[in-house]
Design a binder for this molecule. Sequence first.
Ligand SMILES: *Cc1c(COP(=O)(O)O)cnc(C)c1O
Length: 509
Amino acid sequence: MSLPGHTVETPAAPPDARTHLLNGGSVARYRATLADGVDRIAKRVADADRPFTGVTPAELAPRITGVDLDRPLGDAGAALDELEQVYLRDAVWFHHPRYLAHLNCPVVIPALLGEAVLTAVNSSLDTWDQSAGATLVERRLIDWTAARIGLGPAADGVFTSGGSQSNLQALLLAREEACRDATGPEARRDLLPRLRVITSAAGHFSVQKSAKLLGLAPDAVLTVPTDAQRRMIPAAVRRQIERCRREGLVVMAVVATAGTTDFGSIDPLADIAALCAAAGVWLHVDAAYGCGLLVSPTRRHLLDGIERADSVTVDYHKSFFQPVSSSAVLVRDRRTLRHATYHADYLNPARMVEQRIPNQVDKSLQTTRRFDALKLWLTLRVMGPDGVGALFDEVIERAAGAWELISEDPRFEVVTRSPLSTVVFRYLPTGPNRHHADGANLHAREALAASGAALVASTTVDGRHFLKFTLLNPETTLDDVGHVLELVAQYAGRYVHERTTADLACQVS
Ligand SMILES: *Cc1c(COP(=O)(O)O)cnc(C)c1O
């Protein structure tokens, strides 16, 4: 019988398990293991002759469910061999010049070095006592980004897991600022369902998700129409604000987008900022995609007006060529970040604020948090901002070339020209076959993905199915674009041909 306080003797961990812990005694294994992993990735990257193999979930699933997780292989080499089968052989490669689908960038090597360093040291950015210099590096990059935006001397912010989290946090701050005068639970209960957020029809869906998470009414997000270039119409925003006032509703934020996900369109930031200032409404600018313009040597002016935002989302993992995750939310007035502050006795007691101990958890929705800022730090220290911006400029120019190529091709219809790097277009069958357009474009995208020769995205425009190129790879040439267009035209044309033959057969029988 065991007595209270009596500890049962635990056998020592097998000596082999201990050798896997990184410490002074295992650095040889650490070096060899990582070097082996890097070697294999380098080989895969060099050998990728297409962005994807076209593998289906049904083909891949048995290889993963077939792995017995309770029977270890014992060494990293064997695990890497297995990984070739379950993952690497059929991965999607964003560095391939014919990967043209989503906002995934090829990554820069200094950032990969940062990734290796930050995971090995494993600092956690919640508190100073878990991070030391890492906290100061992150703060310096926040200040650098805020200065690039032009947010002024009271600006601050924090790194996040991505644009969705940045938008959520910005809207949390906006909600709390809107509720500032609703002191007491009753006033708050009365106000919450009357809060509204205005964004454009081309805004990101994370705005809707955030509204839901923040306990707003199901119809809290008002989407205003866009102009022909898919930019938010300021007069429509003003009308919505006035209508809300008349109806006793409170606009807690306008979300403008600097780089919409589909069209790369940039809302008229200066005009929207002016009317938000006049109405006393929080302006959030979602620059998850367009933030690369902050370092563009030639196109920074496209973001004019962003400096008047109350909060800004930037995704370095989109247009700064950083690996996932690397993102931040910035605010004009650092005091607003207090709405994300909670003091836990064990972690960040209030007295630490007086002692001026920098605890980033006071500003973050996360607690334990990666030192993602290190990737950007090493990128800037090796390449400099102009280097990153020049890469982004190059893909913007390439997208303009692609737009021209498609607009001159009678087989295709192209939507508005993006100031960034997306091209939305569709294959348009002629005459009586036009009603097969939706099916043809959907089919072309699927057939292309199944072949793995290229990856493109699809979206809808005014209810019709379109295809989308998102260019983020400076290695993608106009030849690549032309080649992918030929493939699209072949698949779509064959689809239309088969359908019209089937239509005829129906008519005959
Ligand atoms: C990608 C994107 C987001 C979401 O960012 P994640 O990093 O994917 O969470 C938000 N807004 C816009 C405009 C985006 O393009």
